[in-house]
Design a protein around this ligand. Structure first.
Ligand SMILES: NC(=O)c1ccc[n+]([C@@H]2O[C@H](COP(=O)([O-])OP(=O)(O)OC[C@H]3O[C@@H](n4cnc5c(N)ncnc54)[C@H](OP(=O)(O)O)[C@@H]3O)[C@@H](O)[C@H]2O)c1
Length: 328
């Protein structure tokens, strides 16, 4: 079967498409999935180049990718038909999900073995062309839930600034912050993404066309916001500290973000950690089906173009999600 692997840390060129990889055997509690599409995330290139904390103990050669959508084609022991049925994961079911945080294996392969706990069924009938969106949902969705609910604890009536509102996580942060009852949501992004940010329900702040800090001060009449959710971090974290209202808090998404400038000023600053779980995957599925989480896939690339896909990811301007097609 086809599988993308890399045998050393480095640039996108280390990613190699193998066509003779052995089909994996599902361990007890695991399901075998025929992968149709895999969602791509900045974490993928941080693992590939060795800069992620997750790269530290990674055995090479390794696979790539964390999230996907596909079809259940088998299961390991402990998962008989009745058990699969009770989980809604019988053979032939379309599923989506992501590797648990402790599972280092990739998903960019024709067939993967994955814990049944890390999957959820895609509810109802969906057309094939809708599958890429499901492939790109689990990682950004679980991140957005962890960010809004567990880490920032956004409460009714609070005002929120999202940095990178048109990115993968950003496109789910905006609707989830609204669900939490935010009174006002502002989001930075390039002017080219302003309309998308507006559609999602936030006030766009086009950082390449205007002084977003001055604009936010004007819009909030000098008060600033209660919560900043910073998916970009590099050039946005420090100036955001001056945008927090009294008692405000900031959440930076990159796991290696340096929070000390905020903490030294006595501000609450945190980094979210994904909490896996079927209940959360089901919540994401319901949100997509109901139209509440209109996550956008900007591009689907064939599996052979994995290196090009990583180059685009690294540019840092992905709109919604980039997705890899594993079918051909
Ligand atoms: N802590 C965790 O568990 C966790 C989980 C998932 C992701 N993350 C991290 O979160 C970050 C975001 O992930 P993602 O998947 O959303 O990435 P992404 O899809 O690549 O989106 C990044 C967004 O940042 C925006 N951006 C670039 N420069 C900017 C600037 N100067 N000001 C404001 N926005 C800017 C881009 O929008 P424009 O094109 O409009 O500039 C782009 O949409 C990554 O570092 C990722 O590794 C952490």
């Amino acid at each position: 079967m086809r599988e993308i692997r890399f045998d050393r840390f480095g640039g996108p060129e280390v990613l190699t498409l193998h066509t003779d990889a052995p089909t994996p055997e599902p361990a007890p509690g695991e399901v075998l999935v025929q992968v149709a599409f895999a969602g791509l995330n900045p974490l993928d290139f941080k693992i590939r180049d060795g800069s992620s904390g997750r790269a530290k103990d990674l055995a090479l050669p390794a696979g790539t990718g964390r999230e996907m959508a596909g079809t259940v084609i088998g299961a390991g022991s402990e998962l008989d038909e009745a058990e699969l049925g009770s989980r809604g994961l019988t053979v032939g079911t379309r599923v989506f999900g992501m590797r648990g945080p402790e599972d280092p294996r990739g998903v960019a392969a024709e067939v993967i073995a994955i814990s049944a706990d890390d999957l959820a069924p895609i509810p109802g009938e969906i057309p094939e062309e809708d599958l890429p969106r499901w492939a790109g949902l689990a990682l950004v969705g679980l991140t957005a839930i962890a960010t809004v609910q567990d880490t920032a604890r956004v409460a009714k009536g609070e005002s929120v600034l999202v940095h990178g509102g048109a990115g993968g996580v950003g496109q789910l942060l905006i609707p989830m912050v609204q669900e939490a009852g935010a009174s006002a949501v502002y989001a930075t992004g390039r002017a080219a993404n302003a309309e998308r940010i507006r559609e999602l329900g936030a006030v766009p702040l086009a950082y390449d066309a205007l002084d977003w800090e001055a604009e936010l001060q004007r819009l909030t009449e000098g008060r600033g916001v209660d919560v900043v959710l910073d998916t970009h971090y590099h050039s946005t974290f420090l100036p955001s500290l001056d945008q927090l209202a009294d008692g405000g808090r900031i959440v930076a998404l990159p796991t290696l973000a340096d929070l000390s400038p905020a903490l030294e000023r006595g501000l609450e600053a945190r980094i979210p950690a994904i909490v896996p779980g079927r209940d959360r995957l089901d919540r994401l599925a319901q949100g997509i089906r109901a139209g509440r989480y209109p996550l956008e896939v900007s591009e689907v690339l064939p599996v052979a173009e994995i290196a090009e896909a990583h180059r685009r990811l690294e540019e840092g301007h992905t709109r919604g999600k980039l997705v890899l097609d594993l079918r051909a």
